[in-house]
Design a protein around this ligand. Structure first.
Ligand SMILES: Nc1nc2c(ncn2[C@@H]2O[C@H](COP(=O)(O)OP(=O)(O)OP(=O)(O)O)[C@@H](O)[C@H]2O)c(=O)[nH]1
Length: 302
């Protein structure tokens, strides 16, 4: 039997209901943890299964954070991330309608290369009357010709099944990106990597090399109930390695200790954390690709 797998980018204004929707589709186990994961590049909200399809929900941070005054290049890159996904779903809040933020997103959509699969999901339909919904659907489809429109209530569950079934049929034929038994495990790996990255940020302040990423390479459950976690800190230049290690390795030791303590608290058990710093000049380009992110994790399952 052929399997399908792919990435679905959920886009929309903050509060549109992306997390709630993902929770619905994925099931609580994975998404409860994933919503804490925020990387600067891609955020995996969760992995859903539907029949033979694996749907990986991602979003592209930077797209809707005007606070950060992202320059055009950054915004373009963020849109590039969305464009890399197999399917894009724009979430619009039924009761708020076409806000300025939605307008901006619609403009962005129009600039994407043609041939993308883009669906519209009007969320929070429980908050408005059906006549209003029809008017909003029409208005939005006049601005952009969406492949399909769904009316949903992520919170109450209305319409979510249909959307999920449609998405399952849209992702390409492909082997699954994550082994089934490791789906729940994946976000934990990301959370663990984020914790280390956060500690690095705290210690290095402005010194922190911009081109730095942390990946959890191995995660082994030990018989005594503890976990052995191996992580790699990737830097782009040899010189950055020294900064991360610090004098006599003091920086990395401090980072390791702080991250381990936080992990132990989070997991409620003993953790053995091993950090390694590696130079990989072009990791930045590699990491921009969601699929490669998937591969990184698969490689790390060793
Ligand atoms: N009435 C109603 N409220 C909803 C619905 N879906 C989401 N909400 C609420 O809208 C708020 C924002 O939902 P989130 O899922 O956190 O939205 P999000 O901002 O896209 O997700 P994050 O980017 O992770 O913050 C929450 O208070 C939800 O309970 C819905 O269908 N109906």
């Amino acid at each position: 039997m052929s399997t399908r797998a792919g990435f679905v980018a959920l886009i929309g204004e903050p509060n549109a209901g992306k997390s709630t929707l993902t929770n619905r589709m994925v099931g609580a186990k994975v998404s409860i943890v994933t919503h804490k994961v925020q990387t600067t590049r891609a955020r995996i909200r969760g992995v859903a299964l539907e029949g033979d399809s694996q749907i990986v929900f991602v979003d592209t941070p930077g797209l809707f954070q005007p606070k950060r005054r992202l320059d055009r290049a950054m915004v373009a890159a963020a849109w590039g991330g969305a464009a890399d996904a197999d399917v894009i779903v724009l979430l619009v809040e039924a009761h708020r309608g076409i806000t300025e933020g939605v307008e901006r997103i619609l403009e962005g959509l129009a600039e994407l290369p043609k041939g993308r699969r883009i669906a519209l999901a009007i969320n929070k339909i429980d908050r408005v009357e059906s006549q209003k919904l029809l008017a909003l659907t029409e208005a939005l489809n006049e601005r952009y010709s969406f492949e399909k429109t769904f009316m949903i209530s992520a919170e109450k569950g209305h319409g979510v099944k249909d959307l999920k079934a449609w998405l399952a049929g849209q992702v390409p034929e492909s082997p699954w990106l994550y082994p089934e038994d490791q789906i729940a495990d994946l976000p934990m790996r990301m959370i663990a990597a984020e914790m280390t990255r956060e500690k690095l940020t705290l210690r290095l302040h402005q010194e922190l090399p911009y081109q730095l990423t942390v990946e959890t390479e191995h995660w082994n459950e030990r018989e005594d109930g503890s976990a052995r976690i191996d992580q790699i800190i990737y830097v782009a230049r040899d010189g950055h390695k020294g900064i991360v290690l610090g004098k006599k390795g003091e920086t990395i030791k401090g980072v390791s200790k702080a991250a381990r303590e936080e992990l132990e608290e989070f997991l409620g058990r003993k953790v053995h954390l091993f950090l390694q710093v590696k130079v990989r000049e072009n990791w930045l380009e590699e990491a921009e690709r969601y699929s490669e992110m998937g591969l990184d994790f698969r490689d790390g399952n060793g």
